[in-house]
Design a protein around this ligand. Structure first.
Ligand code: BTN
Length: 267
């Protein structure tokens, strides 16, 4: 059963209504859910429109990329999933999501977050180290006639908590970085407004705007040493930007490799 939206969300959403288009127009709030991506997929299967949004204060089975768990304790984060049906937006939706969440956090809080390929939202912790405070998970569903919808889910750590040992040294939160508490309402509302803008860019043929902004927000996509697995074994190289399709380019000796999926180790 969906619940009534907390006042802090209500107010912030009202203030951004003219910039959000259909994003968040229909919004379902839960104090706890297994995964907002699953709830949004259920709604999409039942015919919910583009922009329909699911927000939860806690997840009991939050998912991350590459089969990982997304730690989602009550009240410590913002857990959000949005239905996107526009096929023109699908190929670069993960990058667009990263740009939208990074710009929204910057706009709502002033924290100069960056993106780490493909879609980690991080803060620069100095000496080439970065701490992650948000992540994006896009899950597509297709039928015989092609793409039906994509669920774009994002999780943003709001408060510092006791993170599980495997992520404790690499995770951070908005309040932890800013040294003050942060209202979740404006962060959510700005994310939806920024997502509306970036999905519109993709749908109207302005892919370069999204890719260009992504590159500006991602200094580590150029000149950072990385290692990744290829068919031929493990390759070490230096990041050299991203391709038009969102692949991370890595210079390794005389070759430039395009990394499209899997895990990249930042050295
Ligand atoms: C990652 O960086 O690995 C992606 C994390 C995505 C987490 C969000 S939280 C809201 C939505 N529901 C989920 O189960 N996952 C995404």
């Amino acid at each position: 059963m969906t619940e009534s939206l907390p006042q802090e969300f209500e107010t912030a959403l009202r203030r951004t209504a003219d910039r959000r288009g259909v994003f968040g127009e229909s919004l379902y709030y839960f104090s706890e859910v297994a995964s907002t991506n699953d709830e949004a997929a259920r709604l999409a299967e039942a015919g919910a429109d583009e922009g329909t949004t699911v927000v939860a204060s806690a997840q009991t089975a939050g998912r991350g990329r590459l089969g990982r768990t997304w730690f989602s304790p009550p009240g410590a984060g913002l857990y959000v999933s949005v239905i996107v049906r526009d096929r023109r937006a699908a190929p670069l939706l993960t990058l667009a999501g990263g740009v939208a969440v990074a710009e929204a956090i910057r706009g709502a809080t002033g924290l100069p977050v960056e993106i780490k390929w493909p879609n980690d939202i991080v803060v620069d912790a100095g000496l080439g180290r970065r701490r992650k405070l948000a992540g994006i998970l896009a899950e597509a569903s297709s039928g015989t006639e092609g793409l039906l919808y994509v669920i774009l889910g994002f999780g943003i750590n709001l408060l510092p908590v006791a993170y599980p040992p495997d992520i404790a040294t690499r995770a951070t939160s908005l309040a932890g970085e800013l040294g003050r508490s942060v209202d979740a309402g404006p962060v959510l509302a700005e994310c939806l407004a920024a997502l509306a803008e970036r999905v519109h860019d993709l749908a109207s043929g302005h892919r370069r705007r999204v890719v260009g902004r992504w590159a500006e927000l991602s200094p580590s996509a150029r000149g950072a040493r990385v290692q990744f697995e290829a068919g031929s074994g493990s390759i070490t190289g230096v990041t050299a930007g991203i391709a038009e399709d969102g692949a991370l380019l890595v210079r390794a000796g005389a070759r430039v490799e395009a990394v499209r999926s899997g895990q990249v180790r930042w050295l």
